[in-house]
Design a protein around this ligand. Sequence first.
Ligand SMILES: [Zn+2]
Length: 442
Amino acid sequence: MKVFLVILFFMASAQASVLKAPPSFELKNKTVVFVDVKTIASKIKYDLDSSSVSVESVIKFEQFSEGNPAFDLTPDASLVSLQGEKLKLENTSLPNNTSTVRVLNKNLKPGVYELRVINQITKNVRFISEGVKSAFWMSDLSDRRYLEQYLPVNLEYDQYKMDFEVEVLGTSKEHQIRTNGEVTEVAKNKFSVSYPEYFTASSIFFHLMPVGSFNEESFTYKSIDGREIPVTIYSAGSLSRYLSQTKKILPELEADYGPFPHNSVTIYGAGSGGMEYCGATITSLSALGHELIHSYFARGIMPARGNAGWVDEAIASWRDSGYRQYSTRSLSTSRMAGHSVYRRTTDRNAYSKGARFMGFLDSKFSDAGGLRPFLKKFKEDRLFKPFLTKEFQTDLEKHFGEDLTQEFSKYIYGSGKILSREEHGHNPFHPKLTEKELFDLL
Ligand SMILES: [Zn+2]
């Protein structure tokens, strides 16, 4: 019995991230299956002579049921091979056209495999006099805007160890990488970068540039758990207000939600934009607090798919509003978590309706301490484990000892009749930047 339980445990932990994957589906006589990526090792070469960037990635993955495995990569690959056999990663629509993924044109039995992919990076790369600037900017508001814009990866439910080998060729100018991984400078302009194994396609902050491209200040933040956390802030403009704000916001967040979840803080004070990464952000000054709380909610506790993305935006926006409380009169129906299981983006109602829902829960349970102590516990219990909306609901119900089925079906799953259309409004903290604006922030 014991042996059996142990085996079950190992099976469960090996498959854990796949359990949060959307279901397999049939398409033109094939079954598309979602897999568990174990590791991705990518060699990224910036070649100044040809003004090009090539990436060669080796993806180790495990497949638990027979079918054609799905990954994602938005640029076309120039080479795809599985254990030496040349294949293709075909653009494939997910059911109801919710999104697109890349599906391998080969049916595989359950097992462990190694896939090799070569592609070029053309997005957010700028070759300048004797140097190159490149960033892996992302967005959670548009489809397929995570790391798949640059490298082959899996969908957001999956976590795996990523390692980069980065080389800048054809220049004597010294370069550096600002990132939320561990960087080792192997030789001049040659780096190895290692990321933690809980990272997903939305976790990595990566910005390569010639040394001296920005003003920079660093300091050490003493966390409430005793860690000395290195903080780096850089900007083309003045740093002083980013510095003073960061020194206020980090203790505020730790007082509410416990120790900062990451081992470093990297802030690119770009003056505009606003996007969160694990322990890092590109941000305007006004969005700094919003982006830093996302290191707890979004990149600390992690949504497994689009339908869970509303939780972190609702929490961050609720903080932006000064943690206001709301009664049911301020709530409106939504289907923030009621979209297709294949959806990969966050419903923008999260900023308004979602934030008010958090304020409603805070008011409803104020006698039991309110929502923030629950959120702190939620973060502690589920740190770095991708979650679904139903788990957020179950944890709330357990914590407060009350059934919330009605509230969730009306305001979150949109099970009722009256539904306004999804909002496409502008959020001050996540303005949707154009491709040109993102390029200009390199
Ligand atoms: Zn946000």
